[in-house]
Design a protein around this ligand. Structure first.
Ligand code: NAD
Length: 434
């Protein structure tokens, strides 16, 4: 199959790099988003998200005339759906006393509905959004078939998970192996042909539900592995062990690879996707469910540690360093660092947060400092929540000269005690008995 024109629905962290990469590889691409800020920003030739290299790829795609943006899809040979699949914050499911999250699939439904009037015989539709098992066949297919066309007969339908790493999206989009699950083998073949436009990694065909499971299994494995690291951190504190040292020693074993503990799990993938498995089969997912609870409970564990370090939280001034859900990205979604700040404030602490990748983030109830200096200046304690390079590179002597704080609480093993203590700081580290 030869593709000339495609529509990409959803121009976020996944859709925008994907649309631009197709465009810079010669396809005509209509990028579709419902958010006016996204469309207006792109129409000005600017971008609304932080991702290394993205500005120049989007710029090249727009100036070549291959990428245009719109609020509505239009006729094309292929349609890619890369819209958000969060969970509901106000609705829960329940199974034998376990309360679990429910996937909010409204964006996927409305993207499929938007394609409907433009769907023609021979078209290809690919869902890329991370979705509960069977979404492609049980949710997307029935919507598209309202066109009168039959999936797998009149048009091709696929699920292809996106597995890129934020911060490395443009490289991984091209280099990673790509799994393409079709509702029929011919659909998978059509999907593989489209991705072959730019994917240099292996492109592997399978069925749609297997492809959905692949993505959920990957992220759930990480979530469960981080949960065990977080439990190890709690155990280490109880037994007077330095968890970071213990992990590095355990990882000398050729078949062991323990991940890092931290303030919790965030982002809109790893902290969300395991719920899609719990929701669809609560009777089969006790381990996945409990791992989620461990990771979701980690911000409370951090707050208890801060309280222990400070004696009490009431009225204490804390500089929270980092709000992103992981190092060196600007993504604050479902971030445990944000939750830590909220919990500290609930206990009476006065928190100033500094997030170098999003200094002007507008988060309800959170006081953003305009600079690192403003955050640390009058703080009683420095709380390191994200291992941003900027923070691991801090010079403790310089910080000591600009801040009255002499307490440094490190949740991510980012500060070397041997440097911070001589500069006058008392250092507490998550997973290390004080
Ligand atoms: N960000 C990642 O690293 C990553 C990695 C793998 C998979 N995913 C998955 O990819 C999907 C998209 O994630 P993202 O990070 O790009 O999300 P995002 O929030 O950055 O972007 C999604 C975009 O879709 C737009 N949108 C919402 N409803 C729409 C609709 N009906 N029609 C057109 N546009 C619509 C939003 O306005 C937004 O701009 C999610 O399912 C996510 O789980 C994300």
């Amino acid at each position: 199959m030869n593709f000339q024109k495609i529509c990409v629905l959803g121009l976020g962290y996944i859709g925008l790099p994907t649309a631009s990469t197709f465009a810079t590889h010669g396809l005509k691409v209509v990028g579709v988003d419902i958010n006016p800020h996204v469309i207006e920003t792109l129409r000005k030739g600017e971008i609304h998200i932080h991702e290394p290299g993205l500005r120049s790829v989007v710029g090249a795609a727009l100036s070549s005339g291959n990428l245009s943006v719109s609020f509505q899809p239009e006729e094309a040979e292929a349609f890619l759906i890369a819209v958000p699949t969060p969970f509901y914050h106000d609705r829960h499911g329940e199974y034998e006393g376990r309360t679990y999250r429910l996937a909010d699939m409204r964006a996927v439904s409305s993207a499929a509905e938007a394609i409907l009037p433009h769907l023609r015989k021979g078209n290809l539709v690919i869902l890329e959004s991370t979705s509960p098992p069977r979404t492609t066949v049980d949710l997307v297919q029935p919507i598209l078939e309202r066109s009168g066309l039959k999936a797998g007969v009149d048009f091709y339908l696929c699920y292809s998970p996106e597995r890129v790493l934020p911060g490395q999206i443009l490289r991984e989009l091209v280099e990673n192996a790509r799994v393409v699950g079709g509702i029929t083998p011919e659909s998978a073949e059509a999907g593989c042909a489209l991705y072959a436009t730019f994917v240099k990694g292996e492109i592997i065909a399978t069925d749609a539900t297997t492809a959905e499971m692949v993505k959920l299994m990957e992220n759930t494995t990480r979530d469960v592995n981080i949960a065990i690291a977080n439990e190890f951190a709690r155990l280490a504190e109880k037994f007077g062990v330095d968890v970071w040292e213990a992990i590095s020693l355990a990882n000398r074993h050729p078949r062991i690879n323990i991940l890092n503990p931290g303030p919790g799990v965030g982002g809109h993938c790893i902290s969300v996707d395991p719920w899609f498995l719990v929701e669809t089969a609560p009777e089969l997912t006790a381990l996945i469910y409990h791992a989620r609870l461990v990771n979701d409970g980690q911000p409370h564990f951090v707050v208890a540690r801060v309280k222990q370090a400070l004696g009490s939280l009431n009225g204490k001034k804390i500089a929270a360093l980092g709000l992103a859900y992981k190092p060196d990205v600007d993504d604050l979604r479902e971030s445990p660092a944000v939750e830590v700040v909220h919990l500290l404030q609930k206990e009476g602490a006065q928190v100033k947060a500094w997030e170098p990748f999003k200094p002007d983030a507008n988060l309800e109830g959170i006081h953003m400092a305009p600079s690192l200096a403003a955050a640390v200046q009058d703080a009683d304690a420095l709380l390191l929540l994200v291992r941003h390079t900027e923070f691991t590179n801090l010079k403790p002597v310089e910080i000591a000269s600009t801040s009255i704080a002499r307490l440094a609480i490190d949740c991510v093993n980012g500060w070397d005690r041997d440097l911070w203590e001589p500069a006058g700081f008392q250092v507490f580290r998550l997973g290390v008995h004080p």
